[in-house]
Design a protein around this ligand. Structure first.
Ligand SMILES: [Zn+2]
Length: 491
């Protein structure tokens, strides 16, 4: 008996090894392989050509939080295997702008709307095209997955799900188990402002052209579903030739991603007012020193910048806690670094216009790129500003005014007034050139002047947060110069 088992053991082991090695990968490879055959393989040898209509929405530096700007474009695409060429036009203010993209296995060339020159692009931007091009056509994403053959991550009732890390993004494919067609691509990546952001590309209205399957309707949900883009494809056919949309210059190169080297310098305007300049973002934050606490205003773009400003505040007054953090308006150059201040236990000053937005940013998940607040959470403390708020230690004081839409820039706009110094600190409303006279005065500049008049405050000096040295404008401005510009320069 024992001998018989021993004799059969090698056979059994071989069989077992075969089963382990081949069976699971056999069943796992199926969905991906089949999907690739339907949606990618036919393009290995043929050029697909189609037209598209696109509606995309973006959060620009707009008037109020979550306000979307819509762009409608239409164009034409030619694609074969790794190659992808796109030409499209954007209609804006009655003018037509042209854009071109040429993507190959080694290169990415892009000419943006209304530009003559090629965009300077990085290797990272090129690598991300593996999934970004799935906005129109997912064949490159499928090919990439087939080459890297990840195991099935999970089987859902309807879908087989595969997952891969591409560059800094986690990409998941959802393949329909019955049709073997790609139903959805989901990506998870880091956004400086919003933390973990999920983008979902959903494919529908499949059309069969010979042995190739093309989704004619693509919906793209961005920023965890906050924004929805749509692409509609028509006139799809195979073709023998494609135009050369862009010529690759001989010296063209995709750049390496440069790590940002931070530069920070702090100067004191007087014993209460300290200015922290971040050279790498061209911003100026404000640290106000009271007898037993600090207030910090503005923290640009990232949690890392917030940390840099906190470190400077601690150098200025090591024993004084940061009791308040305030941002002049919700744009990223003033709010992007708020999270470490929440972790410090600072009270965040908000208005009804931005408290939900602030709360979203503070409560956003940060698993892709954790920061101090995501590692050591602390409850958000907010204090609501109605029209104004006075911060004082009994002797020294500052006043915060909500000028809102008078700024002609954002609905939540705040300015800070220091009565003792007759000084006003604001973010980005005044644009007076260092050299020569302004040609005209912006609505923002007029808006600030009017707001100061309406508040009835006496201002001698204005200090501006951004820009500090780019753009060649003054950022410490005598009030007479603002007044002169309003009274003597065309608006
Ligand atoms: Zn702004």
């Amino acid at each position: 008996m024992d001998q018989k088992i021993n004799r059969n053991l090698p056979v059994l082991l071989t069989l077992l090894a075969f089963t382990w090695t081949y069976l699971p990968s056999f069943s796992q490879a199926n969905y991906l392989e089949e999907s690739w055959k339907k949606q990618s393989e036919p393009l290995e040898i043929r050029i697909l050509n189609f037209e598209f209509q696109e509606s995309s929405n973006q959060l620009l530096h707009s008037f109020s939080p979550w306000q979307q700007t819509n762009f409608s474009t239409s164009g034409e695409i030619w694609s074969k295997a790794h190659d992808f060429s796109k030409i499209d036009t954007l209609l804006s203010n009655q003018r037509i702008y042209l854009s071109k993209t040429v993507l190959s296995q080694q290169d990415l060339l892009q000419q943006n709307y209304g530009k003559e020159q090629l965009e300077p692009l990085t290797k990272s931007q090129f690598h991300d095209q593996v999934f970004l091009s799935a906005r129109y056509l997912p064949h490159r994403t499928l090919s990439y997955f087939k080459e890297h053959h990840p195991p099935i991550e999970r089987l859902e009732e309807k879908y087989a799900v595969y997952s891969l890390q591409i560059n800094k993004t986690t990409v998941k494919l959802f393949i329909d188990k019955e049709t073997f067609l790609l139903s959805k691509i989901q990506t998870l990546s880091h956004d400086e402002l919003f933390g973990d952001v999920e983008t979902a590309y959903t494919y529908s209205a499949y059309l069969q052209i010979e042995d190739f399957y093309l989704a004619q309707h693509i919906e793209i949900k961005k920023i965890n579903g906050k924004l929805l883009d749509q692409v509609d494809i028509s006139q799809a056919k195979f073709t023998d030739s494609r135009p050369q949309l862009l010529k690759r210059p001989a010296d063209y190169q995709l750049a390496e991603e440069d790590p940002i080297s931070a530069s920070v310098s702090t100067s004191s305007f007087n014993e209460h007012i300290h200015l922290v300049e971040l050279g790498h973002t061209d911003d100026r934050a404000l640290v106000v020193e009271f007898s037993d606490f600090l207030l910090v205003a503005e923290a640009p773009l990232t949690s890392e910048n917030g940390e840099l400003i906190i470190a400077e505040a601690k150098k200025i007054a090591p024993d004084k806690p940061i009791k308040y953090f305030v941002f002049g308006h919700y744009h990223p150059h003033y709010l992007g670094g708020v999270r470490p201040f929440v972790q410090e236990g600072a009270r965040i000053l908000v208005s009804e216009h931005n408290q939900e937005y602030l709360s979203y940013i503070v409560h956003a998940k940060r698993t892709v790129q954790p920061d101090r607040l995501s590692l050591h959470t602390r409850p958000l403390q907010m204090e609501l500003i109605q029209d104004s708020l006075r911060i004082s230690d009994g002797e020294y004081s500052m006043e915060i005014y909500l000028i809102g839409e008078k700024s002609k820039h954002t609905i939540d706009y705040l300015v800070y007034y220091f009565p003792k110094e007759k000084l006003l600190f604001e973010d980005d409303l005044v644009w007076i050139p260092f050299n020569g006279e302004s040609k005209n005065v912006s609505a923002r500049q007029t808006g600030l002047y009017q707001a100061i008049q309406d508040l009835g405050i006496e201002v001698q000096t204005i200090i501006q947060s951004w820009p500090v040295s780019d753009y060649g404008v003054k950022t410490i401005i005598p009030f007479e110069e603002l007044e002169y510009s309003i009274k003597h320069i065309k608006q």
